[in-house]
Design a protein around this ligand. Sequence first.
Ligand code: GTP
Ligand code: SPV
Ligand code: MN
Length: 588
Amino acid sequence: MHPGCCNSDNPHVNRWVAEIAAHCQPNAIHWCDGSLDEKRALTAEAVAGGTLIPLNQKKWPGCYYHRSNPNDVARVEQCTFICTPTEDEAGPTNNWLAPAAMRTKLMGLLAGAMRGRTMYVVPFLMGPPGSPLARVGVELTDSIYVVLSMGIMTRMGRVALEQLGVGEDFTRGIHSMLDVNPERRYIAHFPQENTIISVGSNYGGNVLLGKKCMALRLASHWGRDQGWLAEHMLVLGVESPDGKKTFVAGAFPSACGKTNFAMLRPPARFAGWKVWTVGDDIAWMKPGPDGRLYAINPETGYFGVAPGTNGKSNPNAMECIKRDTIFTNVALTPDGDVWWEGKDGPPPAECLDWRGQRWTPDSKAKAAHPNSRFCAPMSNNPMLATEVHDPAGVPISAIIFGGRRTSTIPLVYQAFNWVHGVYVGATIGSETTAAATGLVGQVRRDPMAMLPFCGYNMGDYFAHWLQMRRHIANPPRIFHVNWFRKDADDEFLWPGYSENMRVLEWIVERCRGRANASEGLLGWVPDAHDFDLEGLDGFDAARLQQAQSTNAEEWRREVLQQDELFMRLYAHLPKEIIFQRELLIARL
Ligand code: GTP
Ligand code: SPV
Ligand code: MN
């Protein structure tokens, strides 16, 4: 047996680490304790090995730069598999391979794969310590970049093993970069074995196994079986001038505005209002004893899109990244500064682009990759909600669905009730973004923003959402928003970002039973006088009407597009969804 296999007090962890080490044959095994000393040492090692480049430490204390392999810059949905016993359980929206066949294939690739490398044992806790919703995982990885990122994104090290105790109930994650070859890239989930195997990549969502793999794809199974929801959602708290706090959750597809919305800083018009961040990407939500839905953020950091982030669009994010942050695939200036398209100030006269090639403002290519990211600890967030540490979570009053849609979809409407809201979420359409490899800008259905993240049959997932209503006496109100509608000149109709506070105010006041609405074709909509437009340059009631308009012809097309997904899911599609579709058609 390899020396250093049995370093924890948990015999199940020790046995499994020994087994995987024997198979992957690393030169050394490092058990991560999550201490500051360890972080310093590993960072120095990553710098010495060229994985990280220190930024100017005066300007960017504790910040580092990382460049990925150019073939490895985003999630890869075509390489992502759900290995349930039957193909039907994974459903038509997931890639499937039988568990035994996938395991054999990947263990073959992993045999001896860590020779000459260190295998890091990364215990991590998703959720506040002591929370009934919190879960432990252990990731074995040969990537020091993954270790340092997991140290930001999760409660990593001793705290996780303490929560686990001597139990057997932990997620087993195995990750090896192999030779970072797209031909040998697989992200495979084994829900029945509580196991994830990821090979051939070193990019965030593919390899930070606590995030999309565990907290969404595996956790969606746990939620289905145990009566809760694992969702691709931000969570924020709105505090009004009277000190009242209302928490809302929001599901927008990848790179469609969750981080920005979660960190919204209200405009001057909203003096006395505050928005607190609970989470920016993932929510685990469970009915509480008082009949409300409670959410925790299982993560401790933000793996956010860099391009477009600046002091105006997202000042809180700019605060978050000031220290102890890892930047990946942005541009690097000669004086150890970072840059990306849409950052404050003029572009640097010269820098190295995300590929490491010389870049000037005349260059045609982008300096930062469109999916370049920052990885920053949430403790840096000046508007971090103190409730983020509460094991009980926060009570959710509203769920907001959204998509990136140039046309058809109005700025905001409220679903008539829970079942209608589930239909609204199930039919989200959104233009694809750089967060996943493939064509960008194609409208596709992305139900509940979970298309790439639901670990089982999407039809059963809709049924689970409908079922949840029975366990929530006082359910959140459900809304739909679209920040991305454009006018005839190809300009965004709605100013977005901090001005989204105006939409959020209406939503929160609806939940508090104070704001008016009238019945529209799609749901409840604000009248112009229900909506605070004061201080909004160039956006008046007429413009609002344009942003809110529903065109019956466009909507007939929309309903037909929805049918494509429904037809794929037909065998598992709950009848309530069909009924809602019929009701919508009748209203149109
Ligand atoms: P993931 O981390 O991939 O899950 O993405 P996300 O949903 O957190 O998206 P994020 O907040 O990082 O936003 C992605 C991009 O959407 C940003 O670069 C912005 O350009 C754009 N965006 C966000 N909010 C708005 C908005 O209110 N209006 C407009 N027009 N664009 C926005
Ligand atoms: C997303 O793509 O939704 C992300 C980034 O949040 S990743 O962690 O790569 O999944
Ligand atoms: Mn995401």
